[in-house]
Design a protein around this ligand. Structure first.
Ligand code: BGC
Length: 356
């Protein structure tokens, strides 16, 4: 009798293990209406990606309410290593995923994931980290959804230019810039770029386009430094603190590839002991809650809204259409595979509006 009880307990533990290890397959009922969506982020903690993933869950939950489908969404992450992400994807496929949504760790190394998906005939919607075209074209069930990164850089540059050049001023040369920005009144803007992760298309294009837009508008720039801060507020704060120690109040403009880094720069100034009049203009990109609040209160001068709702909506709709093998005619796919969502400028007035 005692032996039988031990056996029962063992079986119970084993079945609990099976259910929790199943990932995508957490749902026990295998009715034909159950859809298993596997979402694999590149890392556990990234504010923007987590907010986007929450929107994605909401989208699937809404769809579930208005349809006969039971949609099981499992979110995991690659721990910042491509090899780990490959393994997580493999587990999800083994557990019976119907569709994968993947934010690659290394956007140049999707081959393992593509091969596994293809062998098992599971479509993949990649998002946020754009894989190279040849990879995306390897198989017809691969798609990409993201923001139009170049546009976000242009918008950041345009907002900064609007604040630098004095409105309705006939002055030329040194006097044409707002003295609150060109604080040393040398007719040039001393600037710093805080860059996201090396090799990320958003980092590359945002930097190029923001600086290119300012230059194209005839604004004379002096590059003080480009610092890689990996999308991180802490790293940006540290890098900026070092720069302030070297350059004191010399920096007039900070272009950050995202809001987290813009906020890190602002914190570095707040801790620097410099007076507020000596702070540079700071611009970010993303428009998450904290970024919007900082623009609304004037802590940073602008951000560009990275439409997480739009991107999540597009990923969810595309995923469902692929599972249901529907025609994709209603999606405005570029080259049949890409969906790029627009960005929006957020200055102080717009941020205040969005906060209410
Ligand atoms: C966002 C960043 C985020 C990164 C992650 C970018 O589009 O602007 O905030 O850290 O994606 O890949």
């Amino acid at each position: 009798m005692k032996k039988l009880n031990v056996r029962l307990v063992q079986m119970l533990i084993f079945s609990i293990f099976l259910v929790s290890a199943a990932g995508c397959g957490q749902e026990k009922s295998h009715s034909s209406k159950t859809i298993r969506v596997g979402v694999v982020k590149y890392i556990e903690q990234d504010d923007y990606i987590n907010a986007l993933t929450d929107c994605l869950r909401d989208n699937f939950a809404k769809k579930e309410k208005t349809s006969q489908m039971h949609i099981v969404v499992t979110v995991k992450n690659g721990g910042g290593k491509q090899a780990i992400q490959d393994r997580v994807v493999e587990e999800m496929i083994d557990a019976g995923c119907d569709i994968l949504c993947v934010d690659l760790v290394d956007r140049t190394a999707p081959t393992k994931i593509i091969n596994m998906a293809r062998r098992n005939d599971i479509p993949v919607v990649f998002f946020n980290r754009e894989l190279v075209r040849e990879d995306l074209m390897q198989w017809e069930k691969l798609y990409y959804v993201g923001g139009d990164a170049a546009v976000s850089g242009v918008m950041q540059g345009e907002m900064a230019a609007d604040h630098i050049v004095l409105k309705n001023s006939k002055k030329k040369g040194k006097g044409k810039y707002d003295p609150k920005v060109d604080r040393n009144r040398d007719g040039r803007i001393q600037y710093v770029v805080l860059e996201g992760e090396t090799g990320h298309q958003d980092a590359i294009l945002r930097t190029d386009e923001a600086v290119g837009t300012l230059t194209a508008k005839g604004i004379k720039l002096d590059k003080v430094s480009y610092e890689i801060a990996d999308w991180s507020k802490d790293q940006a704060r540290n890098k900026m603190t070092q720069l302030i120690a070297q350059k004191k109040n010399e920096i007039e403009l900070v272009l950050a590839n995202n809001d987290a880094m813009a906020l890190g720069a602002r914190e570095a100034y707040e801790k620097s002991g410099l007076s507020k009049e000596d702070y540079p203009q700071i611009y970010g990109i993303d428009g998450l809650k904290e970024g919007l609040a900082a623009v609304a209160s004037g802590k940073i001068q602008g951000t560009v809204y990275n439409d997480k709702e739009g991107q999540a909506g597009a990923i969810a709709q595309l995923a469902l259409a692929l599972i249901e093998k529907r025609e994709l005619r209603d999606f405005s796919l570029k080259d049949g595979r890409y969906l790029f969502l627009p960005y929006q400028k957020v200055d102080r007035e717009e941020a205040v509006k969005r906060e209410h």
